[in-house]
Write a protein that binds this ligand. Structure first.
Ligand SMILES: Cc1cc2nc3c(=O)[nH]c(=O)nc-3n(C[C@H](O)[C@H](O)[C@H](O)COP(=O)(O)OP(=O)(O)OC[C@H]3O[C@@H](n4cnc5c(N)ncnc54)[C@H](O)[C@@H]3O)c2cc1C
Length: 375
């Protein structure tokens, strides 16, 4: 039987980045995936690196988000160098748009919270907003400019991180996923794969919204899929200068000229279909922001499954089984939280200490659900 220092179930951006970080610290690491790695949520994403909480309920994520934003340059540097691939990182900022008085009030209410967290954010009038984004709708009521927000091409990023991990010696197995955890008493001894067992001192569950399907993992990672429909537009008449937000919908520019438009949030199990209603929602928002996009070509539509947890917060950290860690539940923020997730898992595995408090995201916080279910 093969033995590693660490085995990781899941080769999305979370599993790939943890593998890279651990291999860079000198560990012998393997990643196991049911399919070709990097083809699920990490592929479907919009790639925004946006730490501003979308609602007051998400404010508890801020320390983690800000730490991740700070780590981004030092994380992608080695990824690009080792893989020889660009990840399309761009720090253009974002404009959050209000088209009605009610939306404007909602934006103003979030402003003090963003500023208190140290995020640069300023209220701009319609004329200033149109200077920041030419051809913006004449209906704009007000906007918030957040100059420090960034984005990258998540497909390139995931591919490049997997390649960088390979070059650091990580063994990546496609089509050989985890069926279950391998427990020996209170210790997790590794994974049960389709092809037999693999032993490791450390086992990390990073299988995105599929994590709860791995036998033994569900009590620690009770995640469900939250479907997001997306589309890619191309339009010579409109040049998107920065991320634009309208409520929970957005437009994101890519270096190759495409405009990524999203997204729905739907709870439909593991269904990945693109629907008429989903496309209508995305196009309505896109055309309300930039009416000139009515000439845009729809180049691609797709849907992906975000890993969502019962409280919509990530599930990160050790469990009551020796050697077992969970890194999932990143919901709408997995790209944003990639560098800090990889860093904290590496710190725990190499020194059993972490530089940012991850207790609020502990996999043990769901134990009461387990007790209720068995009661
Ligand atoms: C439409 C959409 C837009 C998004 N936009 C953003 C954004 O702008 N910014 C942001 O920060 N986040 C965004 N997200 C969220 C982000 O993409 C996710 O949180 C992140 O990609 C999750 O990464 P992951 O590696 O945990 O999961 P995934 O990428 O889903 O990877 C999980 C991997 O596990 C594998 N797997 C499944 N079962 C098993 C098994 N039994 N054994 C082993 N492997 C298994 C899968 O094949 C897959 O490769 C978006 C997500 C979607 C869907």
């Amino acid at each position: 039987m093969k033995t590693y220092d660490a085995v990781i179930a899941g080769g999305g951006i979370i599993g790939a980045s943890i593998a890279l970080e651990l291999a860079s610290a000198g560990l012998k690491v393997a990643v196991f995936d049911t399919q070709k790695p990097g083809r699920e949520a990490s592929w479907a994403s919009a790639g925004m690196i946006s730490p501003s909480p979308e609602s007051p309920a998400m404010a508890s994520l801020l320390p983690l988000s800000l730490a991740s934003v700070r780590l981004y340059p030092e994380f992608i540097g080695p990824v690009e160098e080792l893989s020889g691939q660009s990840v399309g990182y761009r720090k253009d900022g974002a404009l959050d748009i209000a088209l009605t008085e009610e939306e404007a009030r909602g934006l103003s209410e979030m402003l003090p919270q963003h500023r208190a967290a140290g995020l640069r954010a300023e209220l701009v009038n319609p004329q200033q907003a149109r200077e920041l984004q030419p051809l913006l709708s004449s209906e704009v009521c007000s906007a918030i400019h957040r100059p420090d927000e960034a984005s990258l091409d998540n497909r390139l990023f995931t591919e490049a991180t997997l390649e960088a991990a390979r070059r650091k010696g990580v063994e990546i197995f496609s089509g050989n996923g985890a069926k279950g955890l391998w427990f020996e008493g209170s210790t997790c001894a590794g994974l049960q794969l389709e092809t037999g067992c693999v032993a490791a001192r450390w086992t990390v569950i990073a299988a995105g919204c599929f994590s709860a399907r791995i036998e033994g993992a569900a009590p620690y990672a009770p995640v469900i899929p939250a479907k997001g429909q997306m589309m890619a537009l191309r339009c010579n008449a409109v040049r998107l200068q920065r991320d634009l937000w309208l409520g929970h919908n957005y437009l994101v520019p890519r270096n190759d000229g495409r405009i990524i438009a999203g997204a729905t949030v739907e709870y439909e199990g593991f269904d990945r279909s693109v629907t008429a209603a989903g496309s209508r929602q995305i196009l309505n928002a896109a055309l309300s922001l930039l009416p000139g996009l009515d000439k845009a070509r729809i180049e691609e539509t797709w849907a992906g499954l975000r890993p969502d947890s019962p409280d919509h917060l990530p599930i990160l950290g050790p469990t009551d089984r020796n050697g077992l860690l969970i890194a999932t539940g990143h919901f709408r923020s997995g790209i944003l939280l990639t560098p800090i997730t990889a860093r904290l898992v590496r710190e725990w595995i190499t020194s059993q200490k972490v530089s940012v408090d991850w207790a609020p995201f502990s996999p043990m916080r769901f134990q009461h659900m387990r007790q209720t279910r068995t009661a």
